[in-house]
Write a protein that binds this ligand. Structure first.
Ligand SMILES: C[S@@+](CC[C@H](N)C(=O)[O-])C[C@H]1O[C@@H](n2cnc3c(N)ncnc32)[C@H](O)[C@@H]1O
Length: 267
């Protein structure tokens, strides 16, 4: 198994982390919490969608760039406030340079209102390794699947139906690898019908590439330093390019089993 490379951070005088490799911030230096809520939770209409989940219902969020987990904790807090007891949240996030436990703890200490959630996350954020790992939180009501490694190496191994995408891979000019046509094709392959998507950037070439993958992106007023941001929804695969499930039979999902099922436990 490949050893992982942890994030290399510098900390500003307010205690906020800054990536040495990408020379960029993990969240806004004005109000990280407000921006996360506006850019990712509001643009994906998560308050209403969490509130509308029936008991036994589930919403799946996918994210590019787990970083400090701020987006995850904000989504979990909103889910906790809005969803009925029997509903579930599944959050899937890909991260090439995971924070060490010590750095994660230091970064999350910035948000006292998220502490009950942060403590649970920190309790499970151990032995983080290359590949997929599943963290079961809140007695199974919330699941976090971390895909540790390069997004373009990890996402093709995922089979999921993502209801809302958060694109948060540092600024496109500083990290173009997280904003490529190949990566957006993976987001489209994994998108559930009616999937929504948002990101803090409004860069024209990013918008055009996401549109070309089958999403319909719109510019919308920004927050803080951001004049405009992008939100959109999945329309389906472009007609000139079939969905992978149709093009390659090995991507097809098995037919769901209905009726009684049996399991034998040996030992
Ligand atoms: C802006 S930060 C994410 C902030 C995060 N969502 C949060 O709530 O703190 C961008 C993240 O993308 C990760 N990243 C950059 N390039 C990547 C790649 N090629 N594959 C996977 N993750 C990558 C960085 O290590 C960083 O953690």
């Amino acid at each position: 198994m490949n050893p992982i490379t942890h994030a290399q951070l510098d900390w500003d005088d307010q205690g906020r982390p800054h990536s040495r490799v990408f020379d960029d911030v993990y969240f806004s230096d004005q109000s990280g919490l407000e921006e996360t809520r506006y850019v990712f939770l509001e643009q994906n209409r998560l308050q209403a969608r969490f509130a509308a989940l029936p008991a036994g219902g589930r919403l799946v969020i996918g994210e590019t760039g787990f970083g400090t987990g701020l987006n995850f904790l904000c989504a979990w807090q909103l889910f906790d406030q809005q969803a009925v007891a029997g509903a579930r949240l599944h959050f899937v996030s890909v991260e090439k340079y995971p924070l060490s436990h010590t750095d994660l703890q230091r970064a999350l200490a910035l948000w006292p209102e998220l502490q009950p959630y942060a403590e649970q996350l920190l309790g499970q954020y151990i032995a983080i390794h290359q590949g997929f790992q599943r963290l079961v939180l809140d007695n199974g009501r919330v699941t976090l699947t971390l895909l540790i490694g390069d997004a373009l190496e990890q996402l093709p191994q995922l089979d999921a139906q993502i209801d809302a995408w958060f694109l948060d891979g540092f600024a496109p000019a500083k990290n173009p690898d997280m904003w490529t046509a190949e990566l957006f094709a993976e987001l489209a392959r994994l998108a559930a019908p009616g999937s929504t998507i948002s990101t803090f950037t409004s860069t024209g070439w990013v918008r055009r590439l996401i549109n070309a993958a089958g999403f319909k992106m719109k510019r919308t007023p920004g927050i803080g330093h951001k004049w405009e941001i992008l939100r959109g929804e999945f329309l389906g695969w472009p007609e000139d390019r079939p969905a992978p499930a149709r093009a390659k039979p090995w991507f097809a999902r098995p037919v769901p089993v209905t009726g009684d099922r049996h399991a034998m436990v040996i030992g």
